[in-house]
Design a binder for this molecule. Structure first.
Ligand SMILES: Cc1cc2nc3c(=O)[nH]c(=O)nc-3n(C[C@H](O)[C@H](O)[C@H](O)COP(=O)(O)OP(=O)(O)OC[C@H]3O[C@@H](n4cnc5c(N)ncnc54)[C@H](O)[C@@H]3O)c2cc1C
Ligand code: SF4
Length: 475
């Protein structure tokens, strides 16, 4: 008998209510139970042409029907092994990937990518299933051995312990090379550790993944700012190859009043809370003062994460974005979550000035309303100011959660390194830079995208570094 297609009855992931969520920095999405996971997995049609659908939609090419089939068969270790063939960190990606634009957006139940038309159902909950499998292995304590080649005698330095650096280190170590990771901060994880709030990603997951890397033989050196503590040139002299995964810096709007007291960069707020526990000041020793009301400028992941943080600090939270929700790069469900938690979102609103009092303290954000015009160079309709629509959002602090820029500290003293006109590191298709033996990937190259893209670039770079090193061995 043909399998009944379950278009609509997607299982929602159990989570705290909005009232409970705003009271805690702990993770609010609890993940599938075994029975929910089995039921959700059984919605998959195991499409023969999944390569053209969900697998193609995944930036790191996870064999989606392959791992879901293993869940249905009750073989969770097999499911885990199937995922890590492509994605080394299932628990992390299952939590923070924008799946509705990736694998789930290309699931046949929701969208027929082959015919190019919307289908009538809701996609299989691929992200929650991936998280379920990753969490099962992590929590159960089952050891899944990772094969490692014999030592090659080659040494590689990885600069930056964000997702790009970690995935690159993971594969290089499996290939048999000696890998040393240099990280400026006291902890690994990059943005996953200092940017994304613990409410979305518990830090113990990053620690667990890093422990696996250490078991593989990867050595970490924290508090090493390459370009300051040690130069990149020295690393290039000392190692057979170097991978640069230093991420991107953050921008500013450059509007009047952006240096007033109470103006923060998103990363400052997120780091104070996520890395230095400012939410438990004075016990933590790091304060944060957003006042009673804050206005967050931006419409991507960073803006949403600032809103999650501000709401949990008990602050009235406004998010100001000059475009519309459907053009935002953040996950749609996260906009739903922060709205449920009380955030006030001002779509199509452009900030023009931060207003201050005589003491130089923020008292408001002057904005103008926008309307959508013809598409701009990004292909999205260009927001155009509506004459006479200026207004003020009263607030005690303003958080800039916009734009990416280059983070050049590591390579400032290497003038022979070619950069793009945006200041990002230029690489060829094998992630090789203009400097022999120096490779790069992740946000430092793509200018700022997603964790899974950084993971994918780190892994692909590792395989080219391996080829580069082994050519030397063979010749
Ligand atoms: C607030 C925020 C929320 C986000 N949320 C999501 C999300 O939910 N889902 C998603 O897919 N993507 C999200 N993103 C994007 C994603 O986090 C990035 O694309 C990804 O982390 C890039 O990885 P990376 O390894 O290239 O860089 P990073 O994660 O930035 O890591 C770079 C590392 O290099 C270190 N470093 C920098 N300079 C030096 C130096 N000179 N010496 C030594 N070490 C150095 C840094 O300290 C850092 O640890 C978010 C981004 C931000 C800012
Ligand atoms: S497209 Fe959807 S239904 Fe088909 S294999 Fe992928 S997840 Fe399963």
């Amino acid at each position: 008998m043909a399998k009944k297609i379950r278009y609509e009855d997607r299982n929602p992931e159990p989570m705290l209510t909005p009232q409970e969520r705003v009271k805690t920095f702990r993770e609010y999405a609890h993940g599938f139970s075994v029975s929910l996971a089995l039921d959700e997995a059984s919605r998959c049609l195991f499409c023969k042409d999944a390569e053209q659908r969900c697998i193609k939609g995944c930036p790191i090419g996870v064999d989606v029907p392959g791992f879901i089939k293993k869940i249905v068969e009750g073989d969770l270790i097999g499911a885990y092994k199937r995922i890590v063939e492509s994605d080394p960190f299932p628990s992390i990606c299952g939590r923070i990937c924008p799946q509705e634009r990736q694998c789930e957006g290309a699931c046949i139940l929701y969208y027929d990518t082959v015919r190019g038309k919307r289908n009538k159902g809701l996609p299989v909950s691929i992200g929650a299933l991936e998280k379920f499998v990753g969490d099962f292995v992590r929590i159960s304590g089952v050891r899944v051995e990772i094969e490692r080649n014999r030592p090659t005698g080659k040494r590689v330095a990885v600069v930056g312990a964000g997702p790009a650096g970690l995935s690159c280190a993971y594969d290089l170590s499996r290939f048999g090379h000696e890998v040393h990771v240099y990280e400026a901060l006291p902890k690994p994880g990059g943005v996953m550790s200092y940017g994304i709030p613990t409410a979305r990603l518990d830090r113990s997951l990053i620690d667990w993944e890093v422990k696996r890397l250490q078991e593989l033989g990867v050595k970490f050196f924290f508090g090493y700012v390459i370009g300051r503590t040690v130069s990149l040139r020295e690393l290039l002299r000392e190692y057979d190859a170097v991978f640069l995964g230093v991420g991107a810096g953050r921008g500013s709007l450059g509007i009047k009043g952006d240096n007033l007291k109470g103006v923060y960069s998103a990363i400052e707020v997120l780091m104070r809370v996520g890395l230095m526990n400012a939410n438990s000041f004075p016990q933590s020793g790091t304060p944060i003062n957003l006042g009673k009301r804050t206005a967050i400028i931006g419409g991507g992941f960073t803006a949403v994460d600032c809103a999650i943080t501000a709401l949990r600090l008990g602050v009235e939270t406004h998010v100001v974005y000059r475009r519309t929700r459907d053009t935002s790069s953040a996950r749609q469900e996260e906009w739903d979550h922060i709205e449920e938690e009380g955030a006030i979102i001002h779509w199509l609103t452009q900030p023009v000035e931060v207003l201050g009092d005589e003491q130089g303290q923020v008292i408001g954000l002057k904005c103008i309303r926008m309307e959508l015009g013809e598409p701009d160079e990004s292909g999205r309709p260009k927001p155009i100011p509506v004459k006479g629509s200026e207004h003020v959002i009263e607030c005690d602090s303003v958080i800039f959660a916009i734009g990416q820029k280059a983070n050049p500290i590591a390579y400032e003293d290497l003038p022979e390194l070619e950069l793009t006109r945006w200041g990002t590191v230029m690489v060829d298709e094998s992630f090789q830079t203009s400097v022999m033996g120096l490779f790069a990937g992740g946000d430092a190259v793509n200018g700022g995208d997603t964790v899974v893209r950084a993971l994918s670039e780190g892994r692909r770079a590792a395989s080219f570094i391996h080829k580069y090193l082994m050519k030397e061995v063979e010749s």
